[in-house]
Design a protein around this ligand. Structure first.
Ligand code: NAD
Length: 467
């Protein structure tokens, strides 16, 4: 114990010396708690915080998590505005809801129940222990709500976090980290439980992925960065891209299906990885569904205008989105095509065949591909093909429970929603907890504090049970 104290004192001295040096400042903006100029300084600070955090009581840990929830709720409006301003993507009102959802419904320490086995040979308990410092890589499409979500999950499990935010959302991300650290300190927790760097770059993220001070990687982003993390040699939890299809069969209520699909698909301008990205509809209901979209604040595009929409929204290779329009409002896309529309218009619906890039690729903008097929069997086949084995999310609108079950088995996704907008699967308007780090790629599914623990077994041999 004395050796440990001496070690801690040495680290404290080193960190304090470094903290006395001028702190990084982003263009004259305020300095951020937990934000450092170099990997070494940040790593020392977060490791010191980790040593202190190991010694904190469960009651204090719970108080810290509650403080993070509170600051997530209090700052929701301000942070949503800041993110939209900095990234130029998404809708403020929808981002406010995301902040509230993660603050309220991300599970906390109460989720970490130990397992106990009692018998003739005594007692064995298995407990959820922290890994240490986790590297959390976060996306530009959902920067600050992911930071709140992962902070609650990872700290609830007793870990500390080294955040690597997307450079396109650095100011908002560092502001969120600052607010959370302030809330933790006000709740009596140690400083620097979550840290980051003042400058974000792909190179430093690469160094962090293999840094010996990092115990576990958690990546929330596109498939390429998850692939890089999986090659790092460290254990990685990979929450990668999705291309969620929504299947509508002849037995669905077309008006309700259209309303739900537009609500889920256009939420935050289609940036959530879970949002409806394309509709596969059976022939018997297709025309009624397209008509219903016009009553659901969507514009059903005249097929003659498809080439113009493609020219604006696809990249030059036609194998993905024109990144400039990711997360933009539908009216901004239409305006580029010379069509005036209201800011409140939620999306542009367009009928295409199953091989069209709008159906094949994650567009992350309010453009909804509709693919017409002859019957339910073909709908399942096409939807499975479009999901491409990502194991992410899928939705069905149907009143036939056998169809629901058959599609659910065939598509095999982490999230499967029936007769509701996709966000019901995130616990908003649907039951259950939430997570914005959905590890379909590596199989953990909706991550919680349990995901960020290692299991430790403790065995006591001899009579123990009082029964
Ligand atoms: P992105 O892959 O461009 O970036 C994600 C993060 O990875 C950023 O912090 C970025 O700086 C970092 N990064 C990218 N390439 C890297 C590399 N080669 N080395 C090291 N770091 C690298 O994605 P984005 O545009 O920020 O976010 C959108 C993507 O994230 C979409 O594909 C979306 O589906 C996905 N996403 C998935 C989930 C999920 O839970 N499964 C949640 C949100 C977003």
């Amino acid at each position: 114990m004395q050796a440990l104290d001496t070690q801690i004192d040495a680290i404290v001295r080193r960190v304090m010396e470094q903290l006395e040096q001028p702190k990084p400042s982003l263009n004259g903006s305020p300095q951020y708690r937990g934000v450092f100029a170099s990997i070494d300084t940040a790593m020392d600070a977060v490791h010191l915080a980790q040593q202190r955090y190991y010694r904190i009581s469960i009651a204090k840990r719970k108080a810290i998590i509650q403080a993070i929830r509170n600051v997530g709720i209090e700052s929701a409006q301000k942070m949503a505005q800041m993110v939209v301003q900095e990234t130029g993507m998404g809708r403020v009102a929808d981002k406010v809801l995301k902040h509230l959802l993660v603050s309220e419904k991300t599970p906390g320490p109460e989720f970490l129940n130990p397992d106990a086995y009692v018998g003739d040979d005594g007692l064995m308990i298995e407990e959820c222990a922290p890994f240490g410092t986790i590297l959390s890589i976060t996306p530009v499409t959902n920067p600050t709500a992911t930071i709140i979500n992962n902070t609650i999950s990872m700290l609830s499990a007793g870990n500390t976090v080294f955040f690597a935010p997307h450079p396109g959302a650095i100011k908002s991300s560092l502001t969120m980290i600052d607010l959370i650290n302030e809330a933790i300190e006000n709740a009596g927790g140690p400083p620097n439980l979550i840290v980051s760097l003042s400058q974000a770059s792909i190179e430093t993220v690469g160094q962090l992925m293999t840094h010996p001070g990092i115990a576990l990687l958690s990546v929330t982003g596109g498939t390429p960065v998850v692939d890089v993390a999986l090659r790092s040699g460290k254990r990685a939890i990979g929450a990668a891209a999705g291309n969620p299809p929504v299947l509508v069969d002849d037995t669905a209520d077309p008006e309700k299906a259209a309303r739900d699909i537009v609500a889920g698909h256009s939420f935050d301008n289609n940036m959530p990885c879970t949002s409806e990205k394309e509709v596969v509809v059976t022939a018997g209901i297709a025309d009624r569904l397209l008509e219903a979209f016009t009553h659901a604040n969507a514009l059903v595009l005249d097929p003659k205008l498809l080439p113009q929409l493609e020219a604006v929204t696809l990249n030059e290779k036609r194998n993905g989105p024109n990144r400039f329009y990711i997360g933009k409002n539908a009216c901004a896309i239409l305006s580029e095509m010379g069509i005036q529309a209201d800011e409140e218009l939620r999306t542009i619906v367009v009928e295409v065949d199953k091989d069209h890039p709008f159906a094949r690729h994650e567009m992350m903008m309010p453009v909804l591909a509709v693919v017409r097929v002859k019957d339910f069997a073909e709908a399942v086949e096409v939807a499975v093909e479009l999901e491409e084995g990502l194991h992410h999310s899928a939705i069905i609108h149907s009143s036939n429970i056998y169809h629901m079950s058959e599609f659910g088995k065939a598509i095999n996704t982490t999230i499967f929603v029936k007769n509701a907008p996709s966000f019901a699967g995130l616990g908003w308007g649907g039951e259950g907890y939430t997570s914005f780090t959905i590890a379909g790629r590596t199989g953990e599914g909706m991550t919680t504090c349990r995901t960020f623990t290692r299991f430790r077994r403790c065995s006591l041999v001899g009579a123990f049970s009082a029964v």
